[in-house]
Design a protein around this ligand. Structure first.
Ligand code: ADP
Ligand code: MG
Length: 447
């Protein structure tokens, strides 16, 4: 049973930063701030504890996320576990930052083992080394669960060589790759030997042919399944591309045409309307002869942009670009902003977000849609000053959903965006797979 990993480390580091801040700087600073608040002691106390409160909230947030992941496990394991033995393959903890095995185990104990034991009411065994779990697997009693240490401690999981010298020649790289692909065979075989039946629930890695996902499945020709999360993702995509209620509208944003060209071209075969927003708009506008000031542009994509417009016309797909934008002369929260047409941006200014008038047009299209797919923010939503366009799009999608439309949100930044505005539970489905969803939407077959 394979679950996408989570980054508990950030919480830990932030907590320590907050504590150090409190000890070194905080006390002095807070006393001064508290004094400036005069006699309002409540504020002083609140400020004094502020860093701790922040770290507590972060900690709870992370625990919530892990709890959410575990609820899938709970559903899945409840269905199969009474009489069965479960081996669980994970990617918890980060290997890239050279975290020691011990930390991985500690995280597993702290976040997963205890909680799964609680949920299942059954003991959970933990194998420190995913390649040396034979004994534990063999001794597993019916109803028990065996959790394996992060598979990515081995290069064989991803099948990519590690530790190559920076100046390695092409031949050396090729040889290293061949070696890891060779040792990967034994690695997969070992993983497969622990189980009689395999369930994959890691949609987030579904676009990669890794050992514990695509490769291991071949060892279970008849006894393999998807988990509930995978099922949910596929059903959601099918609802949009398979048999959508029409009109079907795709909102495609983000920074670059080059990263979205695959998905745009493929979606043009399915959708009735396509809204194109974000940084890629300026490539289209410039290709069509507009002036875009200092906005983001990919001159080598002009042909592609014009081809997309042509394809949309010939398919009868209505294209809506951000017609009017907020532009800035500086990339930060305190910068000035002006409103101008997206094809007439003055020199020295760059388009950052959709203006209220542009968003109103998007809203109208969205409110008349029965199915909506959103990938890519329509502005630099990370900077609050330029998040109003993306927020308005998120709100319009939530409103359309409340009025009966089906809405699917996908892509790492888009999901961060809908979460930032607290609207994730107001849309029909929020995908857990960034790259996997995009590749699926491009019409690629996932391994
Ligand atoms: P996703 O991860 O959902 O697929 P992308 O990675 O394609 O989305 O795009 C998200 C990024 O696009 C965000 O970091 C956002 O700041 C950026 N972006 C959106 N609009 C603009 C713009 N006008 N100029 C520059 N960057 C933009
Ligand atoms: Mg992204």
């Amino acid at each position: 049973y394979f679950l996408p990993g989570s980054d508990y480390l950030i919480t830990g580091i932030l907590t320590w930063v907050c504590i150090i801040f409190e000890l070194v700087l905080g006390i002095k600073l807070n006393v001064r701030i508290a004094k400036s608040f005069g006699k309002t002691k409540g504020w002083g106390v609140l400020l004094f504890f502020f860093p701790f409160i922040v770290s507590l909230i972060l900690g709870f947030g992370k625990a919530e996320y892990i709890g959410w992941c575990l609820s899938f496990i709970e559903d899945a394991v409840e269905g199969i576990c009474d009489e069965e033995k479960v081996t669980w393959y994970t990617n918890v903890s980060r290997i890239k930052r050279k975290i020691s095995d011990r930390l991985g185990k500690r995280a597993a104990e702290q976040y997963i083992i205890k909680r799964v034991e609680e949920l299942l009411g059954t003991p959970v065994q933990f194998a420190d080394d995913c390649q040396k779990a034979d004994e534990l697997a063999a001794n597993l009693k019916p109803g028990e669960v065996l959790l394996l240490e992060n598979l990515r401690f081995y290069a064989e999981e991803e099948g990519k060589p590690r530790g190559l010298a920076e100046d390695a020649t092409d031949d050396e790289k090729k040889a290293a790759k061949a070696a890891v692909k060779e040792s990967q065979k034994k690695f997969v075989e070992k993983l497969a030997s622990y189980a009689d039946c395999y369930i994959n629930d890691a949609f987030g890695t579904a676009h990669r042919a890794h050992a514990s996902t695509a490769l291991i499945a071949k060892y279970f020709p008849n006894d393999k399944m998807f988990g509930y999360l995978m099922e949910g993702e596929i059903k959601a995509i099918d609802q949009v591309l398979g048999h959508p209620e029409r009109p079907l509208t795709a909102v495609i944003g983000g920074a670059k045409v080059s990263s979205k060209i695959g998905i745009i071209e493929h979606l043009l075969d399915f959708v009735d309307n396509m809204i194109i927003g974000g940084g890629m708009v300026y490539t289209f506008k410039k290709a069509q002869g507009g002036t875009i000031g200092d906005s983001l542009v990919e001159e080598d994509q002009f042909d592609v942009a014009l081809r997309i417009v042509e394809k949309a016309n010939s398919k009868g797909v209505k294209l809506y670009f951000t017609s009017e934008v907020y532009a800035t002369n500086d990339f930060d929260n305190n910068a000035d902003k002006i409103i101008c047409p997206s094809n007439a941006i003055p020199d020295g200014w760059q388009g950052m977000d959709a203006s209220p008038a542009a968003v109103e047009q998007f809203r109208e299209v969205l409110m008349n849609s029965k199915t909506i797919l959103w990938n890519g923010p329509v502005g630099v939503f990370e900077i609050n000053k330029f998040s109003t366009g993306s927020r308005a799009v998120a709100e319009a999608i939530a409103e359309a959903t409340a009025a009966g439309a089906y809405s699917l949100i996908g892509g790492g930044d888009s999901v961060a965006c809908i979460n930032k505005f607290g609207l994730a539970d107001k849309v029909s489905y929020v995908s857990t797979g960034g790259g996997a969803l995009l590749e699926y939407m491009e019409g690629k077959e996932l391994p």
